[in-house]
Write a protein that binds this ligand. Structure first.
Ligand code: HEC
Length: 147
């Protein structure tokens, strides 16, 4: 009886883990994280270009989003999730250390900028250049064009 209960518990945990994996490691999950990055970078760009007024809270939120996304993004590329995503290059799994390092670098850069928050639109523009080099550098190698 007791064993059955334990076995049932293990089974349930197994199901829960499978359910998480079904969502993780898909194009949709990866894309959702990157779209957050895109929106955050867009908010910074609007301030840098003077389309939106300087707003420290908006800048902080955008930088926090980028830093948090950078921390979890590589988790979406576990072994066994290599296929079925036309936007993710096989090179990611071949060079996982480099891929992770690039994501970590983006996160560190975002945190550094957060700690010394840009004081005006020009400062936000400079920050965006630093961040954008990370985005572009990784995309060039690891993101495939889908159209
Ligand atoms: C560590 C590598 C890496 C970094 C750094 C990175 N990206 Fe990406 N990005 C990717 C990959 C890989 C994809 C394709 C993901 C997929 O669909 O599987 C992608 C896709 C995207 C997309 C398309 C999402 C969609 O499906 O519509 C956007 C937008 C994007 N990235 C924005 C950014 C921005 C903005 C930054 C910087 C703040 C950034 N990325 C930094 C690797 C990276």
């Amino acid at each position: 009886m007791k064993f059955k209960a334990i076995a049932a518990g293990v089974f349930l945990v197994g199901v829960a883990v499978t359910a998480v994996f079904a969502q993780d490691g898909t194009h949709e999950a990866r894309s959702a994280l990157m779209k957050k990055n895109g929106a955050a970078a867009g908010a910074l760009a609007a301030i840098a270009k003077g389309e939106k007024p300087y707003d420290a809270e908006v800048i902080k939120t955008a930088l926090t989003t980028i830093s948090q996304t950078a921390k979890v993004f590589p988790d979406q590329f576990k072994p066994g999730t290599e296929t079925g995503d036309k936007a993710a290059s096989p090179k990611i799994w071949q060079n996982m250390d480099d891929f992770k390092a690039r994501s970590a670098k983006l996160g560190t850069d975002a945190e550094t900028i957060l700690a010394q928050l840009p004081a005006d639109a020009a400062g936000v523009g400079g920050a965006l250049k630093t961040l954008g080099a990370n985005c572009g550098g990784c995309h060039e190698i690891y993101r495939l064009k889908t159209e």
